[in-house]
Design a protein. Structure first.
Length: 354
């Protein structure tokens, strides 16, 4: 029978989408862990973990729930009781030995993630992240690198001991070097912005500032990775046509539309800025013909419209949920069919048109 132990499965999920790509405010990873050993035969996918969805997971004998939105976000303080629905989710999960894992904004950032799935609704287009992700571990710590040479080795020892006493100094190395035929010592170190000022002051005082190089360490951007997408359609189409495409892709009978100032339903749309979920902070200030997201504040919609940008709102989780069926297929391959993967049938957006 196909199964994986929880540790192996969580490690494989982290490989599928590195949690380092998640936003700093997010709460991602394994949120509820039953006592080991815990094996997973059935992985249950949902966008939101409500009590109704938890009941379904129990009925379907899930061993691990992958909930796109973290059901535990604000800290549970001092007690876990039956009083609030979020606490009840944790109680139910542990009683039935079900783990809970949430990837949230890590899945927004990855190239094969939620935002790229949402972009498929626009038709043929090229897309780039609105806010690109940077490589998490490159370069080493610090924001700046300082390099300098000196031939005064005795004096250098004193200076190096003072540099080591400064906080936020990393990767301090010394190497023999030959400069213009002279034997010298080359010093290299990484440091923070704050430490940079102290090191430069120290080098100036000790006349070691000649031949000093200061480099800004910038983490490289990861290709096709990051928050939101700016999509350029191969062929411009009318606002009314793109609205129909989006409704069809999201399987929605209705969406909310604000037409940009000076635009009509027949106006051409070439560039669309999109962000699954609640996209205001990512979309704000972006130049595009159309903003596509789940929800935006009234005033952010007014701003966009005043700037001639039309806005399509589909409700928060409607811009995310359809990704789960693609996720199921991708994870089946990634996990080599070692676990049974099912998508919730009870999971739905809480808002409907009445």
């Amino acid at each position: 029978r196909a199964l994986m132990n929880l540790g192996e499965l969580v490690s494989a999920l982290n490989d599928f989408a590195s949690l380092s790509l998640a936003e700093s405010w997010d709460n991602v990873g394994l949120l509820v862990e039953p006592s080991p050993p815990h094996t997973v035969k059935t992985l249950f996918l949902t966008n939101d973990l409500t009590e109704e969805v938890m009941e379904e997971a129990v009925q379907k004998k899930a061993d691990l729930i992958l909930s796109y939105h973290p059901p535990v976000f604000a800290p549970l303080k001092r007690r876990v009781t039956w009083k609030t629905w979020k606490e009840r989710l944790v109680v139910r999960a542990l009683e039935h030995r079900i783990g809970i894992y949430s990837p949230h904004t890590a899945y927004d950032a990855i190239p094969h993630g939620v935002n790229d799935w949402l972009a498929k609704g626009l038709g043929a287009c090229t897309s780039v992240p609105l806010r690109p992700s940077t490589a998490p571990s490159c370069p080493a710590e610090g924001t700046h690198r300082i390099e300098f040479c000196t031939d005064n080795t005795e004096h250098l020892d004193t200076v190096l001991s003072k540099i080591k006493a400064i906080q936020e100094i990393f990767c301090l190395t010394t190497l023999p070097a030959r400069v213009e035929g002279k034997e010298q010592t080359r010093v290299s170190l990484n440091c923070s912005q704050k430490a940079l000022l102290e090191v430069v002051a120290l080098l100036s005082q000790n006349s070691l500032y000649q031949r000093t190089e200061i480099l800004l360490l910038q983490k490289p951007f990861l290709p096709h990775t990051g928050m939101g997408r700016l999509c350029t359609l191969s062929e411009p189409i009318s606002l009314s046509d793109i609205t129909e495409r989006i409704k069809s892709h999201l399987k929605l009978p209705h969406i909310r539309l604000a037409v940009g100032m000076g635009k009509t339903l027949e106006s051409p749309v070439k560039k669309t800025a999109l962000c699954a979920g609640s996209g205001s902070s990512v979309l704000k200030g972006m130049e595009a013909d159309l903003y596509l997201t789940g929800e935006m504040s009234h005033h952010d919609v007014l701003d966009a419209v005043a700037n001639g940008i039309s806005v399509i709102l589909c409700e928060h989780s409607n811009t995310e949920r359809g990704f789960l069926t693609e996720l199921r297929d991708m994870l089946a391959i990634h996990l080599q069919n070692k676990v049974n993967i099912i998508v919730s049938e009870k999971d739905r957006d809480p808002l409907q048109v009445a």
